[in-house]
Ligand binder design. Sequence first.
Ligand SMILES: Cc1cc2nc3c(=O)[nH]c(=O)nc-3n(C[C@H](O)[C@H](O)[C@H](O)COP(=O)(O)OP(=O)(O)OC[C@H]3O[C@@H](n4cnc5c(N)ncnc54)[C@H](O)[C@@H]3O)c2cc1C
Length: 557
Amino acid sequence: MLRIIASKSGHRTRLFNNPAITRRSLSSRNFSSITASTSTSFSKTLALLSAASLISGFVGYSLANRRDVEASASLVKPQYGSREDYARAIEDLKKTFAGDEDAVSTNADDLYSHGFSVNDYHLGTPHTVVMYPTCTEDVVKVVHIATKCRMPIIAYSGGTSLEGHFRGYHSGGICLDMSRMNKIIEIHEADSDLVCQPGVCWSDINDTLREKEIPLFFPLDPAPTATIGGMLSTGCSGTNAVRYGTGKAEWFLNATVVLPSGEVIKTRRRSRKSSAGFDTTKLFIGAEGTLGIVTEVTIRLTPVLPTAVAVVHFPDVRKATEAVREVTLSGVGIQCVELLDDLCMHALNQYGQSENSWPEKDTLLFKLQGHNKASLLESGRVVEKIVARHGGFGFKYAKDDQEAEDLWETRKNALYACLALVSGSRAWSTDVCVPVSKLPELVYETKKDLASTGLIAPMAGHVGDGNFHAALLIRNEEELKISREVVSRMVHRAIALDGTCTGEHGVGIGKKEYLVEELGPGTVELMKTVKRAIDPLGLFNPGKLYPDDSAEEKLRK
Ligand SMILES: Cc1cc2nc3c(=O)[nH]c(=O)nc-3n(C[C@H](O)[C@H](O)[C@H](O)COP(=O)(O)OP(=O)(O)OC[C@H]3O[C@@H](n4cnc5c(N)ncnc54)[C@H](O)[C@@H]3O)c2cc1C
């Protein structure tokens, strides 16, 4: 990693001027000259001395190496600018973008709304200034000014992420709102791909394709207002992942990225496949804006196929998830399988977005997929038989496309329906994922645990992937405390079942503390090494994704 970054011009000077790196090369050179001279001593004691030299060499090397670790850790010890530096940065930004009156905002509402979200439980932290770039060159200019004034940069796209990803940094920073970079640049129907800016919503892309009568779509479907830049940066997924995989599959073919050095790179060309080296696009998928700012993306599209939506209810969530396991193993055409528990169904009925009122039971929602009506019906028959074996009842198809769409739309807005259940509440949306066979145990235990706390916490999930969420509705500090404990138990349970603390929402601030337990100290250190190499000043989205050193230390001991 270091070598790759060092080969990038501009960045190289900073890395090799760093005293930490000079110290590393000197200490290893000294070590070899000492061992060489020791080993040329008296022949009788040669073996003894060699052994001693080896031991002392090993100890010396270990110490030197340990110093390297400490020194390299200090590479990211951020040296942020002072208040005066930040004031100078804002002046510079205003001067640089003088011809564009919408480019720079220090409006208090703007600063706050970009550092806060009604969708989650994290505290709001405003930014110092919000920038609205229109192109890659604008982003480069902002990065140069931020670097000069040592000011953090936090990218913001749809603002729908749920783990505090775009909160302001406590000592201030620049928020880069990508909403003016929302153009579809090229559509290549014959190649099933599309080039766009990062601020375009996935749902607008799919609407545009439909309007143009292009029978393709982009299958990653998180919040309806999420955008390509944020989706790539969180490695998102959604209801379609059971059929199409997640943002970590190859839906993002390439990305143009502004690095912290200000250099612009394109990770790969547009061909479907490339085995030219390792996958640098993936480096930015799930990096949460900590390694670069994505300014253009080529996404892959897939053919629209006929679908049908079916609903079925169960005596409990364990039976529902056991049915899912068998359905997915049967190999029938399933595009989505969603679990909505009884409380969530109640919330959806109360919310009243759907024309129908649904039985308030633990429910599975299937989106079946096939080439024609006959294959859809055949898949439906297989599913109906399997769910009946697990106690499923009331299996019913949506009566037409309108009802199917309505039902799906309702599911997509489940978070808002849940929030409306308890007036004045904030939602803590949990997100864990386990191997599918472990899901019944996890969901059942978690539902019991949630019930014992007295919290109102409807559950829903993309259970075809072993991924589920609970929306813990919080009204006060006491409930926040209880939620913290129950979420922690849920995450530990998921990790113990060989799962993850986040199936799709990402780490942000909220899941940092679990990474070492889940991934191990070595993997977390590798992630930090990449971060140090690419962003030695630690300016890109500080405080997110990487666990604090103290948490890591605790687990290492
Ligand atoms: C109602 C609701 C339903 C949801 N359902 C799902 C779901 O089914 N599946 C799922 O995966 N998620 C879901 N989410 C979470 C959310 O939609 C996803 O995390 C989504 O990918 C975030 O995209 P965004 O454009 O809103 O990004 P933002 O929230 O704006 O940003 C997310 C992160 O990406 C970084 N970032 C943004 N733009 C860039 C850029 N151009 N370059 C570099 N970094 C950047 C930000 O700094 C931040 O760290 C849901 C959220 C809500 C509110």
